[in-house]
Each structure stands twice: as structure tokens, then as C-alpha cells.
Design a protein around this ligand. Structure first.
Ligand SMILES: CC(C)(COP(=O)(O)OP(=O)(O)OC[C@H]1O[C@@H](n2cnc3c(N)ncnc32)[C@H](O)[C@@H]1OP(=O)(O)O)[C@@H](O)C(=O)NCCC(=O)NCCS
Length: 227
């Protein structure tokens, strides 16, 4: 198990805060000491953390959406009952990053309200001694347009590249989900692909964008924000 000092050293290296710069970034490799629980990433306004039982009512609240809100409808994976929310989220309490073959979801808590307002997460595919995988996000309609998702995803990418040792993170969304690819662009991700009629929505086949960012690109992006 990795100590929290080790994790911070890795994060500092990725952010360019500590020696020895890029060499350290390229040396971010999985060594068998993956952090398990807890995951708790704190930002100015948010805590990105593991699900806890007391989140169930807030998750139901932020998941509510109009039937016409196709993006929310497609991205709520549970039925709108307490039992279903609890069942869907329970494995997220203990799943380790390297076990996130399908998806590890984390709650986005707004510190000012001490409640869950959305989620972000990732999957992880081990390739050699590194990982790559996908990320994604969801925020309750009432909390949209405040920069919370970009703030939460920034903390998550710091964690994935810094503490876990990811090599590459990608995200996908349909072309009409401008809010989602807006997050990707604010995170400094590159538009890597435009898949034609790749995903089936209510009205038929739609195109999708793929965005991605490498560990060294993330370090440069974060260093740029610090200046
Ligand atoms: C996609 C989704 C997560 C984006 O949420 P969001 O609130 O737009 O994203 P952010 O938190 O990054 O907020 C950015 C917005 O807040 C504004 N903002 C306000 N204060 C801000 C701050 N302090 N920092 C950054 N942005 C801020 C930005 O200008 C931007 O608004 P704009 O798009 O109108 O210009 C959200 O629309 C959603 O949950 N959709 C449904 C689920 C979904 O589609 N998920 C993605 C599946 S691929």
C-alpha cells in the first residue's frame, strides 16, 4: 500500500511542483502498490469521494430529469428508487482503481451544501505497467453552469495521472452534447476522433467525438494553470 506522502510526491511530480520534472512523469508506473480506499479528492468547492449510504436521497434528487433531457436520461444508470440507487452504488464503496474494468463512480459533493450534486468516474485497462481508460461526468441540472464538473474532473485527472499512474485518459460524447465536450476542452483534452454514426440515440445513429490527454500533456496543462 502506498503512503499518502508517496502519493503526494507523485502528484507533485505530475504537476511540475517537485523535482525531477518530466523524467518523473514518465516514471509514473504501476508498481503493485495501488491506492485502494479511501479516495477523497478535495478542491476549493468540492469533495470527490466514495459513495456513502447517506448520499442516496441526494443522488435521487440530482438524477431527476425531464424525459426530454436525453443526455441525462442516457447517463442515469439506476432506477429512481432508493433500493436501486443503493444497489448500483454499493460496489463503488470498495472497488479499487485497478478493478475498474467497467466503471468506478465517485460522488461529487458540494462542500457549501454538504451534499452530492453529481458524479464522475473512470474505467481502467492495464497495459504493461501502466493504465489507460475512460472518464465521464454528470451533474444535477440545478448545479449546471458553475464549473463544478471541470473542477471535479481536474481533481480526478490529478489522481489518475498522479497517484494511480495512468498513461492516457479519454472521454467520448455525441456531437450534440456540447456541454460535455466543453468540459473536455476546458480540461485541455485533444479532439482525437470523430466517429461517424457510432452511437444510437432516440432519433437514430449519431456521431461521437473522442477526446484524450496523455500524462505529460496533463502535466503541461496543469503547469500552465499555475502560472
Ligand atoms: C455534461 C455536463 C456534466 C456539463 O456540466 P457543466 O456544468 O456545463 O460543466 P462545468 O461544471 O464544467 O461548467 C461549465 C460552465 O460553467 C460556467 N462557469 C461558471 N463558473 C465557473 C467557474 N468558476 N469555472 C469554470 N466554469 C464556470 C462556464 O462558463 C460554463 O458555462 P457555459 O457552458 O454556459 O459557458 C452536464 O451538462 C451534464 O451533467 N449533462 C448530462 C449528463 C451528460 O451528458 N454527461 C456526459 C456524458 S458523455
Amino acid at each position: 500500500m502506498q503512503s499518502s506522502d508517496d502519493q503526494h510526491t507523485r502528484i507533485d511530480a505530475v504537476l511540475g511542483r517537485g523535482p525531477p520534472g518530466m523524467a518523473a512523469i514518465l516514471d509514473l508506473r504501476y508498481t503493485g502498490d495501488m491506492p485502494g480506499t479511501p479516495i477523497r479528492l478535495e478542491t476549493d468547492r468540492l469533495i470527490v469521494r466514495r459513495f456513502q449510504e447517506s448520499d442516496v436521497p441526494a443522488i435521487l434528487d440530482y438524477s431527476r430529469h425531464d424525459a426530454s433531457d436525453e443526455h441525462r436520461r442516457r447517463n442515469v444508470d439506476w432506477e429512481m428508487t432508493e433500493t436501486s440507487v443503493r444497489k448500483w452504488w454499493a460496489p463503488m464503496m470498495t472497488m479499487r482503481p485497478e478493478e475498474a474494468i467497467n466503471w468506478l463512480s465517485l460522488v461529487i459533493e458540494l462542500k457549501g451544501e454538504s451534499r452530492a450534486i453529481g458524479n464522475t468516474g473512470f474505467n481502467a485497462k492495464r497495459i504493461g505497467d501502466a493504465f489507460q481508460g475512460q472518464t465521464g461526468w454528470f451533474v444535477g441540472e440545478a448545479y449546471e453552469g458553475n464549473g463544478y464538473v471541470t473542477e471535479a474532473a481536474t481533481a480526478l485527472l490529478d489522481y489518475l495521472f498522479g497517484a494511480v499512474g495512468f498513461h492516457r485518459v479519454y472521454a467520448m460524447t455525441s456531437l450534440d452534447n456540447e456541454r460535455s465536450w466543453g468540459v473536455m476542452e476546458r480540461l485541455g483534452m485533444r479532439r482525437e476522433a470523430h466517429f461517424v454514426r457510432n452511437c444510437y440515440h432516440d432519433d437514430g445513429w449519431v456521431d461521437e467525438f473522442v477526446y484524450a490527454i496523455l500524462a505529460e500533456e496533463w502535466a503541461a496543462h496543469r503547469a500552465g494553470q499555475a502560472t
